[in-house]
Design a protein around this ligand. Structure first.
Ligand code: OOG
Ligand code: NI
Length: 465
């Protein structure tokens, strides 16, 4: 056996993402309906606006669009999280970002497992938003101990999955048959189970503490709770959803509609009420709602300055609304959002000049024609002005804590709003994870830098910072 015959982690991730999508489509038919609506909308946008198509062709995003999706899971223990981290590593996915959702009343902290290099993202941008329940926030000590004891008894991975993770770590990868088995076995961790692991009464107690606690503790494993396709026009999809028998949440999370999309806009449909069986009762003796549908529209990744401006404008709009966005104030929220975001430049050139977003640079025909004749005193600015290079925004690959909390809340119901005095605790999260999380901003800066260096090489220029 040789090193060359390992299946690339990117390919394993691509296969896994497809297998997950097939499983979810079978389990949740509305997901299939949503996928169709999104595919139709994307086709319309691409045929109606050739500049969008051109931009996506330049960046290569057009090829990954149909593959694009993210999912989410919630786990209960440090050991589960640490093993998931190793499982995702087999597929080339690393924990990027730290999201604390406790300020928004959701007792979890999270990271997103995803590929980190632009060429890997191109093969499969599949991401999994992964939350760890903060059991220490359960005030009732008896209930906390009960939850801990239930979690201690379960194993969310099949023995073959664990063996294949170890094998991959030991030999540095997986060969074809192992990779196939890995995809099949790893899928089991994310499957929905119709039976709970607790009695009806225990479920009620957990749920009364927080519906999320019941969702994590009362089941065999961390069922995937949604899979989200990427759309090129989220407002169209939101408007069309009811016609397809899907009821969307009241507002789209994230920035308002703009000519030049930034970060991430998301909307979801309410979680389904699904029959489950408690251990002390028969088939379908109870019900649980956890699984929902979501769509997203991705825009430019922002620099720390851009992100600070985004946070400031979003908070200003929300402060003025004086309430969580809901059915009643949705219209007003949109108006406020638009008004405040007038303060965020809406051209890529403007965002670039003000250092608000990250970009990828490409050599133009003109640049190639100039070849080695350029002076070594060129700067990025002068190369752009001379039309030797051009730029496209880097797509935001991550998540937004305020939006994520909004998605959680809309699926947990308003009664799930709790107030936690606790501190955000990235260190504690990373201890559980068994490694540190990667700073997403550093990844974008690195990709931007690489693209400038590639331009310099192509233009025969010394490296520009
Ligand atoms: C995760 C909710 C967050 C997103 O896209 O922001 C999320 C969950 O409900 O487990 O998926
Ligand atoms: Ni999501």
């Amino acid at each position: 056996m040789s090193i060359q015959s390992f299946v690339s982690p990117d390919l394993i991730r691509q296969r896994f993402s497809r297998a997950m999508s097939d499983m979810y489509r079978e389990e949740v038919p509305l997901y299939g309906a949503l996928m169709e609506l999104v595919a139709q909308t994307n086709a319309q946008v691409l045929s109606a606006d050739s500049s969008v198509a051109q931009q996506l062709r330049t960046t290569g995003e057009i090829e990954r669009l149909d593959l694009e999706r993210h999912g989410a899971i919630r786990v209960g223990t440090a050991q589960e999280l640490a093993t998931l981290s190793r499982l995702f590593a087999v597929m080339g996915m690393q924990p990027v970002g730290y999201y604390d959702l406790t300020p928004a009343g959701v007792p979890v902290h999270s990271t997103a497992f995803r590929a980190v290099h632009e060429t890997s993202l191109q093969v499969s941008p599949f991401r999994v938003f992964t939350s760890l329940l903060r059991l220490e926030l359960i005030e009732n000590p008896e209930l906390r101990e009960f939850a801990q004891s239930v979690l201690a008894k379960r194993s969310i991975f099949t023995p073959s999955t664990l063996a294949l993770i170890e094998k991959s770590e030991a030999q540095g990868g997986l060969h074809e048959q192992d990779a196939k088995d890995f995809v099949e076995q790893a899928l089991e961790t994310f499957r929905w189970h119709h039976s709970a692991t607790v009695t009806a009464e225990q479920y009620q107690k957990l749920s009364a503490q927080h519906r999320l606690v019941a969702d994590v503790v009362a089941f065999k494993g961390p069922h995937i709770n949604h899979l989200t396709p990427r759309t090129l026009d989220i407002d169209v999809v939101q408007a069309q959803m009811p016609k397809h028998g899907i009821t969307p949440k009241a507002v789209i999370e994230g920035p308002p509609r703009r000519d030049c999309p930034i970060l991430l806009r998301q909307t979801s449909f309410k979680a389904l009420e699904e029959p489950i069986a408690f251990v002390d009762q028969g088939l379908a003796s109870g019900s649980h709602s956890a699984r929902f549908g979501e769509i997203e529209q991705r825009g430019a990744a922002l620099t720390p300055e851009g992100r600070a401006l985004y946070d400031r404008l979003l908070n200003a709009a929300r402060d003025e609304l004086k309430d969580f966005p809901n059915e009643e104030n949705a219209q007003r929220y949109n108006t406020l959002l638009h008004a405040h975001f007038a303060g965020f430049p809406d051209t890529y050139a403007g965002m670039r000049q003000q250092g608000l977003a990250y970009f990828r640079y490409f050599v133009t025909e003109n640049g190639l024609a100039a070849g080695g004749d350029l002076s070594s005193t060129e700067t990025v600015e002068s190369l752009i002005n001379g039309h030797y290079i051009r730029f496209e925004p880097l797509v935001y690959e991550d998540f937004l804590p305020v939006s994520a909390a909004g998605i959680f809340q809309s699926n947990l119901g308003d009664d799930a709003q709790s107030h936690y005095a606790s501190e955000s605790n990235q260190q504690e999260f990373e201890k559980a994870l068994g490694r540190s999380t990667i700073n997403e901003l550093a990844l974008y800066a690195e990709t931007q830098r690489r693209s400038i260096l590639e331009c310099c090489t192509a233009l025969n220029l010394p490296p520009l910072a």
